[in-house]
Design a binder for this molecule. Structure first.
Ligand code: BG6
Length: 473
């Protein structure tokens, strides 16, 4: 449906861009920082070295000057827990001071900070001592860390996100989770969802008490699921994927209720995932102000009979089309490719219309304002004579922004848009082979090179878009 009258982007729309600490900062052992679970990860199949990444820790003033030139209204970054509490227990004032300087520099340049409290990088010591998010002890530690951030930064930060993509943490345990030895992965998944939901609720409640003016919400990774065909079994499979991957965690975080289909599915397999009434009450009492969601692609789901062999999703590590391993979850759904969509070299299917569908589905179900906190195209960029012509990225972003405007015209309250990423950073699953930024960083996986920053063609495109408040589409 085209709109006769398209609504403009709201005046105070947060045109932003995003990063996360372990992917961009480097300096992992400087000024008292402790080692995080991301710093200690080492994958044999792809680059994952957090030591230097894009050296933002040392170059944040230069990077913020670039943000100002770009015209960003807002910048989403995460606070490395291990700078504030290196071992999860002892406060490190030098870490607080770093983020104070970063926030001051943003404010000085009229850029509104959006702070992610947790982006996959808790202290390694908490993982070793009690298994990280598998243990309820994590709730107290996370709360202490969050309250320290509220006290230290809450006079200048108005927007907070609690936990980034709790649903993907449990979907990809090796990449961003961490299952303690000897624990069944399914049991771990539900324990982590429960602990994260309780931690999320307590952090929101503390925020309300300490910073009544602030806005806070959870963040989810949302790949909407299309049925592979109109066969009712495939339609059911798509519903299963949406409910298990996205609505189960969001219902819990936003409504304090557990999706009964999911509860029943696991009960039939001997796993009782019910939370106590007191826990659900506590979660219900901590409604978020908004839902942040990250959108890159859509999925296709087809029926997966009970007797099928299970397969976990397998990342395409080579960046050659066709390398992605589609998951199979017997009794629920199996993934498949979408013949109607183009894909990037890592098989992430490009689906701008899916973004509008995602906005509509989320608003319809939760009636909360939405924020798109990641969206972008991972690609190999080429630096030639100091320039990067990433026309493919402009095309991707432009088509997604058009769909955002249609979603706004549909009546969805969208607060802001934070493309991933402001600057090239270490991709979680593919290092520097796969870039996302508006700003190019001169380095490769195996060679740190000069780390010089270059503006890509997409930088100038986004600059024009922001200055026209989206009118130049
Ligand atoms: C998001 C994560 O899910 O996906 C980011 O929050 C990540 O940390 C992004 O970088 C893109 O994924 P990848 O694996 O291409 O870096």
């Amino acid at each position: 449906m085209e709109h006769l009258v398209q609504k403009p982007f709201p005046e105070n729309f947060l045109w932003g861009a995003a990063t996360a600490a372990y992917q961009v900062e480097g300096a992992i052992e400087e000024d008292g920082k402790g080692i995080s679970v991301q710093d200690s990860k080492n994958f044999s199949n792809y680059f994952h070295d957090t030591t230097v990444t894009s050296d933002h820790y040392h170059r944040f003033r230069e990077d913020i000057a670039l943000m100002k030139t770009l015209g960003l209204k807002s910048y989403r970054f995460s606070i490395a827990w291990t700078r504030i509490y290196p071992d999860g227990e002892t406060l490190n004032p030098a870490g607080v001071s770093f983020y104070n300087q970063l926030i001051d520099e943003l404010i000085k340049n009229n850029i509104e900070p959006l702070v992610t409290l947790y982006h996959f990088d808790h202290p390694q010591s908490l993982q070793e001592n009690f298994g990280g998010w598998y243990s309820e002890q994590m709730i107290t530690h996370f709360l202490t860390f969050a309250v320290t951030c509220f006290h230290a930064f809450g006079d200048r930060v108005r927007w907070f996100m609690t936990i980034c993509e709790s649903n993907n943490v449990v979907l990809y345990p090796d990449l961003i989770g961490g299952v303690p030895a000897g624990i069944d992965v399914e049991v771990w998944r539900f324990q982590v969802s429960r602990v994260m939901a309780l931690a999320n609720a307590r952090v929101i409640q503390s925020c309300r008490k300490l910073l009544p003016q602030a806005k806070i919400g959870p963040c989810i990774g949302y790949a909407i699921a299309y049925p592979a065909t109109s066969a009712p079994q495939d339609v059911m499979a798509a519903l299963n994927e949406d409910e298990f991957r996205t609505f189960y965690p969001l219902d819990l975080l936003c409504l304090g209720r557990q999706n009964p289909t999911v509860v029943n599915f696991f009960a039939c397999r001997g796993l009782d995932i019910r939370l106590s009434p007191t826990e659900l009450e506590e979660i219900k009492g901590a409604n978020p102000d908004f839902i942040a969601f990250n959108y890159y692609q859509s999925d296709v789901a087809k029926a997966c009979p009970d007797e099928s062999e299970e397969a976990q999703p397998g990342f395409n590590q080579e960046g050659k089309k066709g390398g992605f391993v589609y998951p199979r979850f017997p009794g629920l759904y199996a993934g498949d490719s979408n013949p109607y969509l183009e894909r990037n070299d890592w098989d992430w299917e490009i689906d701008p219309v899916g973004l509008r569908i995602a906005c509509r589905k989320l608003f319809d179900r939760y009636q909360l304002p939405l924020m798109i906190t990641e969206n972008g195209l991972g690609a190999r960029d080429t630096l030639a004579n100091g320039e990067i012509n990433d026309a493919y990225r402009i095309d991707y972003l432009q088509k997604h922004v058009e769909q955002m405007q249609l979603a706004i015209s549909d009546g969805v309250p969208l607060l802001g848009y934070y493309p991933w990423s402001f600057i090239d950073l270490m991709s979680t699953s593919n290092g520097y082979n796969k870039r996302y930024g508006f700003v190019y960083v001169d380095r490769e996986d195996s060679d740190i090179k000069t780390l010089t920053r270059y503006k890509k063609a997409s930088f100038y495109w986004y600059q024009r878009l922001i200055s026209s408040n989206g009118a130049l589409l």
